[in-house]
Write a protein that binds this ligand. Structure first.
Ligand code: ZN
Ligand code: ZN
Length: 413
């Protein structure tokens, strides 16, 4: 028995004026989505807790069965794993922006004029040469991820993720120094090492040919590193061990790869899967079908629904939903043929009128041979609320799926 979990990011929505009061899912003609609902049992899900707007990272931890209030290790760790850094216990990882500051050290642009990946990669290589001298036995590793984004890892003994964000998400303010967030030696060491790295980074970036060239062309130089979201490897039992399964993840965005990697999924790389609306969904779906030969649990993440929601584009969200539904057809065919299970849901609601995550529940449908098929025929927030699954917690989803494929041991006798 096998199961596929499809997560469309930010899928849930609210009644939307531009769609005559319908949600994008209600307005969409998404035959394959509806086929899953009709063949399965439906419900709604509070991914973290009723009314709690989830971040995508905490939401996915919950969907994979790990209580984010207990296991959330800070976003930096996921970012590092997502770009392929072999993160070790004790490492502290930060997500970083390359930004622009003026002479006074005031942030002018948090994205350095949307510097290209090609240029940012060259700068990242220079930053990776920085050596930490003021703090004993600490090494800095810097990797580019995408566009203006990168990851910094501090590696060494006695470090802590209790250090403040340097990126305050604001422009027009002076870049603050990193501060320890508790009284521990570890937090002080980490803040000191981070400060040394950032000071050296400014010097390297100021004189770097890439930036000289940008200034000459009237572009903003990437002359500062802005770290935030310090994180460490979560100390957890991998999903494979917990349920005795083989698990594979297919995702474009680094964050999703990172969360999946952190909980023990194998990552399947798909060319052209880039976490955007232009992702190579056809190949991702093919990869998911192929992965079913080898794996018991296949996780497929699709980001586009969230991206268009953040762009506040409800009509585009309808189109994206219809497109995803069409592209999923071969996967749903395969699952039906083989008598496997498939669940489809979102990681949170991102109302496309607001463009931000909200705490409303998301729709969920599970199809497969043993589910108690209910009479819901359409996959949307309101129809699913009438289904047989009723209202579940995100944290319970993995156990529900593992129960169907016979992986949950008896409790008691
Ligand atoms: Zn999300
Ligand atoms: Zn989002």
């Amino acid at each position: 028995m096998k199961v596929v979990l499809v997560v469309c990011d930010g899928l849930g929505d609210r009644p939307t004026k531009a769609l005559n009061g319908l949600t994008p899912l209600q307005a969409a003609r998404a035959e394959t989505f509806d086929r899953i609902a009709a063949a399965g049992e439906c419900g709604i899900m509070d991914v973290i807790a009723p009314g709690q707007p989830p971040g995508s990272d905490t939401a996915h931890l919950a969907l994979f069965g790990y209580d984010p209030y207990k296991y959330y290790p800070g976003r930096g760790a996921f970012e590092a794993l997502g770009v392929g850094v072999d993160l070790r216990p004790g490492d502290v990882a930060f997500r970083c922006n390359l930004g622009t500051i003026n002479e006074e050290g005031v942030v002018v642009d948090r994205r350095a004029g949307r510097i290209s990946s090609d240029q940012a990669r060259i700068l990242a290589e220079a930053l990776n040469q920085i050596e930490i001298e003021s703090v004993d036995g600490v090494k800095a590793i810097f990797r580019h991820s995408s566009e203006h984004r990168g990851v910094l890892i501090l590696r060494g003994k006695n470090l802590s993720r209790m250090v403040s964000d340097v990126d305050t998400h604001e422009t027009g303010v002076k870049v603050p120094d990193p501060r320890p967030l508790d009284d521990s030696v570890e937090a002080r060491r980490t803040a000191a090492a981070l400060k040394e790295f950032l000071d050296k980074a400014r010097k390297i970036l100021r004189d770097h040919p890439v930036n000289r060239e940008r200034v000459k062309k009237g572009l903003k130089p990437a002359n500062v590193v802005l770290p935030r979201g310090a994180g460490t490897l979560p100390n957890i039992d991998p999903i494979t061990k917990r349920w005795g399964i083989r698990a594979a993840a297919i995702a474009g965005g680094g964050l999703y790869k990172g969360v999946a990697k952190a909980v023990g999924f194998d990552l399947i790389e798909v060319p052209g899967a880039n976490g955007t609306v232009n992702t190579n969904l056809k190949s991702k779906v093919e990869a998911a079908i192929k992965a079913l030969e080898e794996y018991d649990l296949v996780f497929l993440h699709i980001k586009a629904t969230d991206s268009v929601s953040h762009d506040k584009n409800p009509r585009k969200k309808v189109e994206v939903i219809e497109w995803i539904s069409r592209e999923l057809t071969p996967l749903v065919d395969k699952v039906s043929e083989e008598g496997y299970y498939l669940a489809i849901t979102g990681d949170h609601t991102t109302p496309s009128e607001l463009g931000e995550h909200k705490g409303d529940p998301v729709p969920i449908a599970i199809m497969g041979p043993a589910v108690r098929r209910d009479d819901v025929k359409k996959f949307d927030e309101l129809s699913c609320a009438r289904g047989g699954l009723c209202r579940i917690r995100g944290l319970d989803l993995m156990r529900i799926l593992m129960n169907y494929i016979g992986r949950v041991p008896l409790f008691g006798e």
